[in-house]
Design a protein around this ligand. Structure first.
Ligand code: HEM
Length: 326
């Protein structure tokens, strides 16, 4: 009876939000949605095997997938709209130009389609694969919810991702619009514990911070010297990259060292650094850096990210191929 009441409430909330369901307790997603829907095939294990084989060859797929999920969920919700090909689809927008991991998702999809056709959505595959990659990268293994359906709409003009120069307060607003709290935001930015950024995404901090003609005074001077060598002012700043987590021994590991680095003024992106300087986010940054369970908090925040504006039930479709509508 209690379950029925919860389901009815979830339905009403989804209906009130024009068919798209927000994160949180009312999400109609569920753990183990595919159990029993593919005979005896373990869908999550099938996806996990593909992720493991990609990760073995190239561990940077973990960073690729984390960013892919973030960029999928922030535009039209977690509906795999980022995967659709087309002359003007989300994938083609400048903000998504360096997003990677499409080949892995496609490989996981064909592996699953081969044993259980037409059942498992691409939106769910993104979320399952990202969870597996985070776990392989040293983060905890969180339990994913599934049951998403794939969207059919994907326009580059709809892509409005936060810029690296966004302020903490504006970022809190943007995450809040997706139903994510400031604490979720601090944990999710911990995604920058792995992966790289091109010089062009932070070069202003080295040479002309906020049009002052000076470097960002908050940046650690040793870090600045290293970055100046890596990102010369007149070079083509689109090709060189630097690790987002400047702790060389853990720049490929999902852990809390990103927070320790930003507390030492060694953040790469402006938003990374400001997270440690802002009075609202600093206490959470301090706590995580000092050992508050990052893996658990990050996993919970990823679960919430994965529930943003999902399509479920009869909404959308289950794509046959992730890069095109049926
Ligand atoms: C205000 C929020 C955020 C901003 C402004 C931001 C910005 C950026 C920028 C500028 C880059 C470098 C891209 C490039 O060089 O082309 C980047 C990389 C990355 N971001 Fe974020 N990001 C944000 C939030 C997140 C979140 C929530 C996650 C995941 C949970 C995430 C995961 C990553 C990862 C893993 C990379 C490295 C990708 C790779 O190595 O291929 N970011 N981000």
């Amino acid at each position: 009876m209690a379950k029925l009441i919860i389901m009815a409430l979830a339905f009403l909330v989804c209906a009130a939000s024009r068919g798209r369901c927000e994160e949180g307790g009312t999400s109609p997603l569920q753990v183990g949605f595919y159990d029993g829907k593919c005979a005896d095939v373990d869908v999550e294990a099938a996806v996990g095997a593909v992720v493991a084989s990609f990760y073995d060859r190239d561990p940077t797929v973990a960073a690729a997938l984390l960013r892919l999920q973030f960029h999928d969920c922030f535009i039209h919700g977690c509906d795999a709209s980022i995967l659709l090909d087309g002359p003007d689809s989300e994938k083609t927008s400048p903000a998504n130009r360096r997003v990677r991991g499409y080949d892995l998702i496609e490989a996981a999809k064909s592996s699953v389609e081969a044993v259980c056709p037409g059942v498992v959505s691409c939106a769910d595959i993104i979320v399952m694969a990202t969870r597996d990659a985070v776990s392989l990268g040293g983060g905890g293994r969180y339990t994913v919810q599934t049951g998403r359906r794939d969207g059919t709409i994907s326009f580059a003009s709809d892509v409005n991702m936060p810029a690296s120069s966004i302020s903490v307060s504006d970022s809190i607003k943007v995450f809040g619009e997706k139903g994510l709290s400031p604490t979720d935001m601090v944990y999710l930015l911990g995604g920058h514990t792995i992966g790289v950024a091109r010089c062009s995404t932070f070069q202003d901090r080295l040479y002309n911070f906020q049009n002052t003609g000076e470097p960002d005074p908050t940046m650690d001077s040793t870090l600045r010297d290293t970055l100046l060598a890596r990102c010369p002012q007149d070079s083509d700043s689109d090709e060189n990259t630097v690790d987002l987590d400047q702790n060389a021994s853990s720049s490929s590991t999902v852990d809390n060292s990103y927070y320790q680095q930003i507390l030492s003024n060694r953040g790469i992106l402006q938003i990374d650094q400001e997270l440690a300087l802002d009075q609202w986010t600093r206490p959470t940054v301090d706590a995580i850096a000092q050992g508050l369970d990052f893996n658990m908090g990050f996993g919970q925040a990823m679960i919430k990210l994965g529930a943003v504006q999902v399509l479920t039930g009869e909404q959308g479709e289950v794509r046959q191929f992730c890069n095109r509508n049926n």
